[in-house]
Design a protein around this ligand. Structure first.
Ligand code: BGC
Length: 415
């Protein structure tokens, strides 16, 4: 645990907001995987607010994305070397840590501040809750189910930008003819499985999606709608750059920003990169929630957890950080930079851009909100699905129908 104490540093944002004037500053190490330009700008909002409150944010960014960072974070906590606070995704990622009694119980703070009254959708707080107690602060609503389109690329190819996935596929030959890679793709497994999930949600529609991912219905798993999704994933495989070597999601986003690629399927955190590059939604790039077909979003996102430590001063600082992240002012400031939506239903989002407004409109109808993989399957099942997706992606000869059969078997067997 990284910690040092200074004498008397209070009076700024946090202390006023909480009515918790504290006499000693505490340094908390905060781990997260926000390392792209846009993500780093968003972290700074939290860090500045925490520091302004008189404590010290010791940044513990872990490079390589969530699938690299999460095991590091979890094994540090299990191994008795906890950080002061950490990002994880909303869902079941911290379940074992909570069950082992390793995470700070935030219930008292949550009740005092009335989190249940303003957090929306309610499932965000539910996924922080175990046996009636709250163990995390959901801090944003992110959804993977978006396609980001470069208007410069379409302009260069002399084409109208696509209104949906099928128009995009139809335009791909012409894009290639203009020297543009149709689909920007980062090769990491989580990106491929997110793209597959997005195709699933967008192309199959909510009913089939629920039958497959929630009811685990065999007819739907082996049926024609699911077959169509696997064929579309095969199309996506063909639309990436020949010998694609891009790994990081934000490097793929940069190809869309530069007009070198036509589009990318990626979560709405991509918006932070467009914003940082000075691009405006609707002017230089376009965004299609649910791939322009089914208006669905998974309304998942990030949450902060606070490992339990036996030091009341650290615990007080952890509670100050939790409260700051949940506050209305920081919710708005952070999410505008991060490209996500605030988890509070009672804040003003006047400054939301066109894509955020599209997202908010989708979320207005709760039938459009899907649970994410993290909330549906155990890490083990997710791992098996991810392995299948990588196998399919890296073998251009693997038939979509064969992949579908294995997919159905995994889900029918899932815990
Ligand atoms: C997180 C986002 C983050 C993205 C890419 C997701 O798991 O929820 O906040 O921007 O990973 O790093």
């Amino acid at each position: 645990m990284n910690k040092f104490k200074l004498v008397m540093l209070s009076g700024a944002w946090c202390a006023f907001a909480l009515g918790m004037v504290h006499s000693q500053a505490v340094e908390l190490e905060v781990t997260h995987w926000w390392t792209s330009g846009g993500e780093a700008a968003a972290v700074k909002v939290f860090a500045d607010a925490f520091n302004d409150g008189g404590d010290v944010w010791a940044d513990g960014a872990i490079a390589g994305g969530g699938s690299i960072a999460r095991p590091v974070i979890i094994s540090r906590i299990l191994g008795g070397e906890p950080m002061g606070a950490t990002q994880l995704n909303q869902g079941r990622q911290a379940e074992e840590l909570i069950e082992e009694g390793l995470m700070l119980d935030l219930t008292e703070l949550a009740e005092k501040e009335g989190w249940r009254d303003f957090v929306r959708p309610a499932k965000l707080l539910d996924s922080c809750t175990l046996d009636g107690k709250i163990y995390c602060v959901p801090i944003n609503i992110h959804s993977f189910q978006w396609m980001w389109v470069s208007l410069a690329a379409y302009n260069k190819a002399g084409l109208e930008p696509p209104a949906d996935w099928y128009e995009f596929v139809a335009s791909s030959q012409a894009l290639r003819g203009a020297g543009i890679v149709p689909l920007a793709v980062g090769g990491q497994a989580w990106q491929l499985s997110g793209m597959f999930g997005t195709l699933f949600a967008g192309l199959s529609g909510v009913d089939n999606w629920r039958k497959v991912y929630i009811d685990r219905d065999e007819d739907a798993l082996r049926g024609g709608i699911t077959a169509n999704v696997w064929r579309a994933f095969g199309d996506a495989r063909d639309l990436q750059a020949k010998n694609n070597t891009v790994q990081n999601w934000n490097d793929a986003t940069t190809q869309v920003i530069n007009g070198k690629a036509g589009a990318q399927i990626m979560g709405d955190w991509a918006q932070a990169e467009f914003a940082l590059a000075g691009l405006t939604a609707g002017k230089e790039y376009d965004c299609l929630p649910g791939l322009g077909i089914a208006p669905v979003l998974d309304a998942s996102g990030d949450a902060f957890y606070f490992p339990k430590v036996d030091d009341p001063e650290i615990v007080q600082a952890q509670l100050r950080m939790a409260s700051m992240m949940m506050s209305a002012e920081i919710q708005v400031a952070f999410n505008l930079v991060k490209g996500s939506l605030p988890i509070r239903g009672d804040v003003d989002m006047d400054e939301a851009n066109e894509c955020m407004n599209k997202g908010l409109a989708v979320l207005e109808n709760e039938n459009n909100v899907l649970p994410s993989g993290d909330q549906t399957f155990s890490p083990d099942t997710q791992g098996q699905l991810e392995d299948l997706i990588i196998e399919f992606w890296s073998d251009p000869d693997m038939d979509p129908a064969d992949a579908q059969a294995i997919f159905a078997d995994i889900i029918l067997d899932a815990d």
